[in-house]
Design a protein around this ligand. Structure first.
Ligand code: ZN
Ligand code: ZN
Length: 382
């Protein structure tokens, strides 16, 4: 099957900057993220494709190799293989994109699964929902994970009282048995040890010889400030225990962030629509808006403010993962038309309307609009 060009996969030009590639990947990853497309095989496939493409194109060295040799640069283990992905315990290195990398560790060669690693414990997934405030401030949560752990009675060996497997008495550890029939000698897999060459004499009673038992465990998860919807946190070695002392799998915490009733998030920035009265909009004046950090932010509205006008409050937005600065907070004004006016108020407004139209015009939008309407009619006539 021919592989699609990595640039095409991400929808960027061949000479796209690293920043543009990152942006394209991010947008696509959000769209095809398995969490948002549960059960959608096509989306899952697409997600893998874009992640694979990004894996190569974000790295200058790998990108250069790809530009030169195409996909062949990364096939059959030839060409530059990346090492050092996957990071240590806790969080992967460097932001949203890098956390995905760990899911594709096999592709990037970060954690090769050789034949000896086949009994490694499975990876576990834990879905955690947090609020936007928690994503802002970070939090430490305790999660209860159903898991299989190393059997305490046999220390994971699978043999009674920790006895280690012995060499298979039938095949003497080779895993193969020979049978002579006439002139022929046939060799086959030893049925006694299933070809492993080792057997457990007396299986541990607690775990039946597997070396692991099922048990819930409590884990403290440190969610750092600035995480985004879809961020995965990898807890190395906290997955299922391996078979008979093999290394355990990893635990992945999948974060999703609840929609907020006031704020909308755009990566590091926050947006909030704030209604103001017609009078404040007209005359100007201070308003107070809530900050994500729980503070009250004062904002001076200039006279003549309009609906849709936005004010940028620098550094009052979301926290940024592993960085000290914060994004910005945008306040979007919505001027409210007064309702349920008393007779007296209606009178006052009529008075106002009469007085104002006599002087200079007071509706900038309308002026522009009616000028355009006039032009439009003019053009129709021509
Ligand atoms: Zn046991
Ligand atoms: Zn055997």
């Amino acid at each position: 099957m021919a592989k699609q060009d990595y640039y095409q996969t991400l929808g960027v030009m061949k000479d796209a900057s690293g920043e543009a590639i990152k942006k394209a990947y991010r947008a696509a990853a959000m769209k095809f993220h398995p969490d948002r497309n549960a059960g959608d095989k096509a989306a899952e496939h697409k997600f893998k494709e874009i992640s694979e493409a990004y894996e190569i194109l974000k790295d200058d060295q790998k990108r250069a190799a790809y530009d030169r040799y195409g996909h062949a640069a990364f096939e059959n283990g030839a060409g530059p293989r990346a090492g050092g992905f996957g990071g240590g315990a806790g969080f992967g290195a460097g932001g949203f994109a890098d956390i995905f990398e760990e899911m594709f560790g096999e592709f990037v060669g970060g954690r090769g699964r050789g034949p000896q690693a086949t009994s490694r414990g499975g990876d576990l997934r834990y879905n955690m929902q947090i609020t936007l405030e928690e994503a802002f401030a970070g939090k430490t949560a305790t999660v209860r994970v159903p898991s299989s752990v190393k059997c305490e009675d046999c220390s994971g060996s699978g043999g009674e009282k920790g006895a280690h497997p012995i060499s298979c008495p039938v095949c003497h550890g080779s895993g193969r048995t020979r049978m002579t029939q006439g002139f022929f000698t046939m060799e086959r897999t030893c049925t006694h040890c299933a070809g492993t060459g080792r057997v457990i004499e007396k299986p541990c009673k607690s775990c039946g010889g597997s070396g692991r038992t099922r048990r819930d465990k409590n884990l403290n998860v440190n969610v750092p400030p600035g995480v985004e919807d879809g961020t995965r946190i990898r807890l190395a070695g906290e997955g299922e225990a391996g078979l008979r002392g093999s290394p355990p799998g990893d635990l992945y915490i999948f974060l999703s962030i609840e929609p907020h009733k006031l704020f909308e998030r755009d990566s590091a920035d926050l947006h909030c629509k704030v209604p103001i009265s017609m009078v404040t909009a007209t005359l100007g004046g201070p308003i107070e808006v809530p900050g994500i950090d729980g503070t009250r932010v004062r904002l001076q509205i200039p006279a003549g403010a309009q609906t849709g006008q936005q004010f940028r409050l620098k550094g009052k937005g979301m926290s940024v993962l592993r960085q000290n600065h914060r994004g910005d907070f945008y306040v979007h004004l919505a001027v409210e038309t007064p309702v349920h006016l008393s007779r007296k108020q209606q009178e006052l407004l009529r008075e106002f309307d009469k007085s104002a139209t006599k002087g200079k015009p007071y509706s900038p939008e309308a002026e522009g609009f009616f000028a355009k309407v006039k032009e439009f009619w003019q053009e129709l006539k021509e």
